[in-house]
Structure formats: C-alpha cells, structure tokens
Design a protein around this ligand. Sequence first.
Ligand SMILES: [Zn+2]
Length: 312
Amino acid sequence: MTVPEGHTVHRIARQFTADFAGHRLAVSSPQGRFAAGAARLDGQVLTETAAVGKHMFATFESGDVLRVHLGLYGAWDFFGVVSPIVDGQDVRGSMGAPRLRRAVRMGEDEREPPSAEGGLVASFPPDPVGAVRVRLATEESVADLRGPSACEVLDPSEAQAVVDRLGPDPASTDDLDAAGQVVVERITSRGVAVGQLLMDQSVVAGIGNIYRAELLFRARLDPHTPGRRVPREVVRAIWDDWAVLLPDGIRTGAMLTREDLDEDGRARAIADTTERHWVYGRGGLPCRVCGTPVVVEEMAGRKLYFCPVCQR
Ligand SMILES: [Zn+2]
C-alpha cells in the first residue's frame, strides 16, 4: 500500500482545477456522514483548488472552503471527463477512452475505482458504490471521496489558520529561498531526530514515509541525527532536493527517487515499484550503493529505512 504523499494531493488539486473549477457543482454525501457540509456547498461554483502539503482546499463562490485530508486510507475516484493534468500527457488511465466513461483513482493505492473495469465505467454518471463521503459533480465529471481522515467545510479564516500551522511546501510557495530558510530554522533549532522532523507537517509539508527515507539517503544523512546537529547547508540541500522530487512526482504520479537511472531505467521504474527507491521498502536487501543490508526499524510508529554505512 502506498500512502498518499504531497505529490498525490497536488495532482488531485490539479484534476479539480482542470475539470471542476468554474463549474457550478452538485454536491452530495451518498454515505450521509457529510450531509450538512454537502448541503452548504451544493449548487455553488467552485472557484479555486489548491494543495498545501497533504491538505486540499477547494474554495467556492461564497468563500466556503472544502478541506480534505486523505490520511492513510482516503482516495478520490474520478469518472467521466478526466482531463490530462500534466504537459498534455495522459500518465495514467486509458488513452483514447470514450469521453464520458473514464475512471481514475488518485489516493491510497493504484487499484481501480469500484464499478470500473479497464479504466472505464459502464455508464455515466456511475452509481455511488460503498462509503462515498462526498460526491462533487459537473455535467461531465464526477469525483467521489472515500475514506478520508478529514472532510469539512471551513470559512476563509479557518482555512488560513490550517495553512498557517503547516510548514512550507515547495509546490505552493512563490519564494523557494525564503521557504527554505524557514525549514532550516525549524530543523536546526530542534533536538528531535531529523528523520522525525521531516515527517512533522509543521516543519515541512507534504513529506511522507517514502520521500522521508529517500531524501535522507540522497543526502547520505543518518536519520537519527538530532536536528540541531545537522549542518544548515545540509538541511538547505534537503529542501532543495525536495523542491526537485516533488514536481517530478506531480508530473509522473510516481515517487521515483533514484537519480542514477537513465531514460530506460526511469521507464522501468515507473512500471515496477521495486525499482523506484534507494532504501524505502528494501529492508534486508543490499544497499544499491555499498551492498550493506538496508536497515528497517520503527521511528515514531512508522517504518524507517536507511543504509547504516552510506548514512553514517
Ligand atoms: Zn549503503
């Protein structure tokens, strides 16, 4: 299972920008648990969608903001018109599918949405299947949310308060340099292990378990190093690296973190998840650089992977 990290949430926000922004939406809660929130949004025009870290904020014409956090199990299923969101290329889903029959899941894994087969649905709009918390619909596109850890309607100041509690996100800032300084301050002022700080969304937003392990390997940094013992230039290099990996993940839809691959190697790694990472998911397997078995241990309740030799 792949837990959504920042790149997935940015891709989802872009999908909404492509197919839902500017439209008056029918909003419902087929499952019923979001009935009041859905009633407040129903019939409004969606004006803007943005991601910060792992949160998506969809702003409606009244100023109401739908905030969604997918958590461990959440996913969005898109049906009907699902426009390409990157460089005019369809990275996932069925090329050439009939315009109103496409089905694409974005979230916790790469399974197909229920009621879909081969990236298509039999009819549009599809009946909601299972526990759909909220359905957003235009004439041509439907998005179903299931299993989120947060789905709520906020006013603009409440939404801003959520953003203010988050650390910088390289894909949602106009000033990478200033944002990098904030991250350097937040990490180098703490005694907590850097492996834990990178997962702390108030320090830097959007990094999950996979990007955490891979960023630390790419920096050849021991995850147990206390933040205040990490040289400022090393933290800055990790931020700069995150500002490269995140847009790459948004573009490809995959967390491909090996910079040693040529074009063919990248294509293979896109197709085969076991080829994508330096250390993540490789506990006990030989380090791709030095051959030492990759160590897996628990850090703050999550699995941490690292090479004990390369990351000394
Ligand atoms: Zn190694």
